[in-house]
Design a protein around this ligand. Structure first.
Ligand SMILES: Nc1nc2c(ncn2[C@@H]2O[C@H](COP(=O)(O)OP(=O)(O)OP(=O)(O)O)[C@@H](O)[C@H]2O)c(=O)[nH]1
Ligand SMILES: [Mg+2]
Length: 364
């Protein structure tokens, strides 16, 4: 399974601008709606302070960060679920990602048309949310019909799926997103297979102008209020500034940020938020001269994690030596960790924790 975060929102809100700043790929981001048609996919290195610290300590010849994917998707408009704008196939692109960064336009610019005469972030957010909801309702209806046909010809396992989807249908009909359903329903096979758009974890990204980085404008306040109502996390950044910053040399980048009073890169915050939405953690390996970071879904047992490094390691797994990141930094070297007794031996069922430094022992 890939770990990808889709960038969604109305047309002309800055999706491709933010995608370009994140990935430095350079896709068209112009002031006309529906500039993006085919989804753009970009891999992004996950900024990682632990990897930086480990690199300083270990001085490896090679250091490999972990990555995640961002997908820049075409703008959605009211009626998309019925085929308006670029319509249904774009909802399909959203279906294939695991989490959503919903870009909300909080800037005014007469040269960049908005889909409605005025910008109303709360309504704009709702327009997208309703389209996603309508698409899900349609999908659940169609699946229910199919299941009912199957039940009629005696397929017994259809009954359970019908019960689950009936609950889901009522929930969506009341206007609630799939992500608010119980964990039990969300993890049921029929729901996993459907992969509802409103079940995906989401984050609102407020794209603010350069003179409102504190997100204090009426637009930004309205968007934040809506986020509170929706119980959705937000991130504030300026797509325009971020794209200007990435075009600079790295020393100039931090200087410019300081001038603007920006502590951390908006892009780094977005990547971390995406990583968190996807419920991922990072573990590390030091093999030979390479220090490497790996991505793992929360709750993965170590034998399975070993399979990410090499299938032989999963198959022939014997045990693993595990060091906590803090213990490693405190001790200052692997040999000192060993001396201090804070290196642990773990069996196949150990659940890997964020920041673990791991060495797998295995039979070939
Ligand atoms: N003033 C201002 N303009 C911006 C900002 N972000 C993006 N734009 C401009 O808005 C226009 C549209 O930006 P895009 O990034 O192409 O928007 P999009 O959401 O990808 O649009 P579609 O692909 O058409 O859905 C471009 O002219 C950008 O330069 C911003 O923060 N401030
Ligand atoms: Mg675009």
């Amino acid at each position: 399974m890939g770990f990808s975060c889709g960038i969604i929102g109305l047309p002309n809100v800055g999706k491709s601008t933010i995608f370009n700043a994140l990935t430095t790929i350079g896709v068209p981001a112009e002031a006309f709606p529906f500039c993006t048609i085919e989804p753009n996919i970009g891999k992004v290195a996950v900024p990682d302070f632990r990897l930086t610290q480990l690199t300083e300590l270990l001085k490896p010849q090679k250091m490999t960060p972990t990555t995640m994917e961002f997908v820049d998707i075409a703008g959605l408009v009211k009626g998309a679920s019925r085929g308006e704008g670029l319509g249904n196939q774009f909802l399909g692109h959203i279906r294939s990602v695991q989490a959503l960064a919903h870009i909300v336009r909080c800037f005014n610019d007469a040269n960049v048309a908005h889909v409605t005469p005025e910008i109303h972030p709360a309504d704009d957010i709702e327009t997208i949310n309703i389209e996603l909801l309508l698409a899900d309702m349609d999908m659940v209806d169609r699946r229910l019909e199919k299941l009912k046909r199957m039940a009629k010809v005696g397929q017994k396992d259809a009954a359970n799926a019908i019960d689950i989807l009936t609950v889901v249908k009522e929930h969506l009909d009341r206007g609630y997103p799939g992500r608010k359903l119980s964990a039990e329903i969300i993890s049921s096979p029929v729901m996993q297979e459907l992969s509802l758009l409103t079940s995906k974890p989401v984050l609102y990204v407020l794209n603010v102008p350069e003179d409102d980085l504190a997100a204090d404008s009426q637009y930004a306040r309205e968007a934040r209020k809506k986020a509170e109502l929706d119980e959705t996390d937000t991130i504030v950044l300026s797509g325009k500034i971020e794209s200007e910053i990435v075009a600079l040399e790295s020393e100039e980048q931090s200087e410019y940020r300081r001038e603007l009073g920006l502590e951390a890169s908006g892009l780094d915050r977005l990547i971390h938020a995406g990583y968190k939405l996807l419920q991922l953690i990072t573990f590390y390996t030091t093999v030979g001269t390479e220090l490497r970071a790996w991505t793992l879904p929360i709750g993965t047992p170590i034998q399975k994690a070993a399979g990410k490094i090499h299938t032989d390691m999963e198959r022939g797994f014997i045990k693993a030596e595990v060091i906590r990141f803090d213990d490693f930094i405190k001790a200052g070297s692997e040999s000192k960790v060993r001396e201090s007794g804070s290196m642990r031996l773990e069996g196949r069922d150990y659940i890997v924790q964020d920041g673990d430094i791991i060495r797998i022992k295995f039979n070939v």
